[in-house]
Structure formats: structure tokens, C-alpha cells
Ligand binder design. Structure first.
Ligand code: PMP
Length: 321
């Protein structure tokens, strides 16, 4: 008692509307008509890879924009390869199924899309070989995942990021999100908004589900892909915007923990988190403790681009309708 904070009723309730269309095992079906067996391998052993993709509703254009779906499916293909799995469709097919799914659901709000490739065999036995796989995509209306306006307060987690030698962070494997969950709950239950996680060798890796950038002496710095980060799609987009629009240098180099306390600006970024300014780390203000000027500018550029309002960044998105 005392540890479990959700009631039984809350746990049972499906997050998605029962009539929501999903793409399951090569066909469109209703959320409630899909059944997964209790023995499903991935549920027990974390043997699945997944993605998180956003679509942004633009009320002025009455249009929904799907953000960088091909980049996400390409990463998913690489994650699958690490896990001895194979995506059953080409990237083009996957993007088209996703567009179809969004149209069928007639979404007119911001949406989160979740594709999952999982080990579907209903049998006991930890392994990757000689097992069946299945693939699905569902989508739900989705607002903010973390605060993006006022700035967030972070703690450096007591949990370390899973090292490449043990569970590769560059592959988006469901099992490794148990580590992210440990870090996130420790932070939130300790009164913070988000966790910043260090690699096993003590360098800053990333947030629980976000990449990290700091601004120090006029240069943006982000941990290199060899510091046990997920190679983020948003991270890639921001590097380009920082160089092209802010005309600032971006360095990929290892970051020490105390640089979080001594930098001028700090932000977390990701599909879910979008661009989230960090205003405090371990109860120390970042810069002057307010949302950073360059972070604010990056946010403005990003939010306009993802909603399909910036002609220059049209290639980031695909209009759904
Ligand atoms: N790191 C982790 C651990 C994540 O889960 C995510 C979210 N997918 C990110 C970084 C950010 O990646 P992306 O920008 O591709 O969403």
C-alpha cells in the first residue's frame, strides 16, 4: 500500500476511444476489436521497438501536418535490426498507412502516433530468435507532454542511462523505457518536472524521453550519439535551425554534470516534449532562471514550422487532408 497511486478502475480504462481506428496486423480495425493474448512475449520481456510521431493541427489552414514520419520509420527500422526484427513494410507504405489512419479518425487536433513492432508469440522463454512478430499503429489526440512555456525544473537522476554495452539506447526498445520510468518518477515524485540522466561514465546523456542542448558562451552544445542517447529526430531538426537561423555553432561533445549548473541556457527536446526550456537544475537556476532568449526563438521557429506555417520548412511535414 502507499506505492500504487492509481485505482483499479483507472488502470482498466483504455486510454484511446474504443472506436478509434487502428492499423493492426496489416489491416484497419477498431481499437476495441483488437485482442492481445496474456502471454504475448513483448509484454513480459520488453521485446518490442516503437516510435512516437506527432501530427499538428493548424486551425487557420484547417489542415493536419504529420511531422517527419519517414525519419521516424527509418529509425524504427534500425531499432528493429538491433533486436533481430524486421519491419514488415517499406517506409513509404508505413507513411501511407499512417496518413490513412489519421484520415479515418478525422482528427482535428494535435495527435500523437504510436507504431509498435513487437514479439507476438505467446510463449515463455527469453530470446530474440524463432519468434513471431506483429506490427500496429494507433493514434490519439495529444497536447503537451511536458511544460513548454514557463520552463521546467529538473533533477539529475540517481539512475544512469542504459549503456550501449548492456541495452543500446540508440534503439528505441520498449524494455529500456523501464529505466526512463524509474528516472521520471523519481524526479516527479521528488517535486521536479523532469529527470536528466547521466551515462555510466558520468556525462550528461539526455532527459527521460528527450535530448538535451545547452548554450554556453554563445555556442550550443549537445551530447554526441556515443553518449548513450536516442538519436532524436527533433535533435537533428534543431541542429539545422540553430546553424541556419540563429547563426550559432552547434558542438556535439560530452557534457559534464556541473556544466548544467554553469551554462547560460538549457533545453530538452523531443517529439513528445517538443522544445522545453529548463530553468532550474538540482535547485540551481540556469542562467538568470528565466526562459532563455535563444531557446524562446528556437521554440517560435519550431512551432511555426511543425504547424506547416513556414514555407522554408515545408519538407518537415506532410499535409494529411
Ligand atoms: N531520448 C529518448 C530516450 C526518447 O524517448 C526520445 C523520444 N522519442 C527522445 C530522446 C527524442 O527523440 P525524438 O526527437 O526523435 O522524438
Amino acid at each position: 500500500m502507499g506505492v500504487e497511486t492509481r485505482s483499479k478502475a483507472a488502470v482498466k480504462k483504455p486510454a484511446a476511444h474504443p472506436n478509434t481506428w487502428v492499423f493492426f496486423d496489416g489491416e484497419f480495425a477498431r481499437y476495441n476489436d483488437v485482442k492481445l493474448g496474456l502471454m504475448t512475449h513483448a509484454l513480459h520481456y520488453g521485446t518490442a521497438v516503437f516510435e512516437g510521431i506527432r501530427a499538428y493541427w493548424n486551425p487557420k489552414q484547417s489542415q493536419l501536418f504529420l511531422l517527419e514520419p519517414a525519419a521516424h520509420y527509418e529509425r524504427m527500422r534500425r531499432s528493429a535490426n538491433v533486436m533481430r526484427m524486421q519491419l514488415p513494410f517499406s517506409t513509404e507504405e508505413l507513411v501511407n498507412f499512417t496518413l490513412d489512419l489519421l484520415r479515418r479518425n478525422e482528427f482535428k487536433s494535435d495527435v500523437y502516433v504510436r507504431p509498435l513492432l513487437y514479439t507476438s508469440s505467446e510463449e515463455i522463454g527469453v530470446r530474440l530468435h524463432n519468434l513471431d512478430r506483429n506490427f500496429f499503429i494507433y493514434a490519439i489526440p495529444f497536447g503537451k507532454y511536458v511544460e513548454v512555456e514557463a520552463g521546467i525544473r529538473c533533477m539529475v537522476s540517481s539512475w544512469r542511462r542504459v549503456p550501449d554495452e548492456a541495452l543500446p539506447a540508440r534503439a528505441k526498445i520498449t524494455g529500456s523505457y523501464a529505466q526512463a520510468a524509474l528516472a521520471k518518477s523519481e524526479a516527479v515524485e521528488g517535486g521536479f518536472d523532469e529527470a536528466i540522466v547521466l551515462s555510466m561514465d558520468g556525462h550528461v546523456s539526455e532527459g527521460s524521453a528527450e535530448n538535451l542542448f545547452m548554450l554556453k558562451d554563445g555556442v550550443f552544445v549537445t551530447p554526441p550519439v556515443t553518449d548513450d542517447i536516442l538519436e532524436g529526430v527533433t535533435r537533428q531538426l534543431l541542429m539545422k535551425v540553430i546553424r541556419d537561423e540563429l547563426n550559432l555553432e552547434v558542438l556535439e561533445r560530452s557534457i559534464d554534470r556541473t556544466e548544467l549548473y554553469t551554462c547560460d541556457e538549457l533545453l530538452l527536446c523531443g517529439t513528445g516534449a517538443q522544445i522545453s526550456p529548463v530553468i532550474e537544475v538540482d535547485r540551481r537556476p540556469v542562467g538568470d532562471g528565466k526562459v532563455g532568449e535563444f531557446t524562446q526563438e528556437l521554440q517560435n521557429i519550431y512551432f511555426n514550422a511543425v504547424r506547416g506555417d513556414t514555407p522554408k520548412y515545408k519538407d518537415w511535414t506532410i499535409p494529411v487532408y
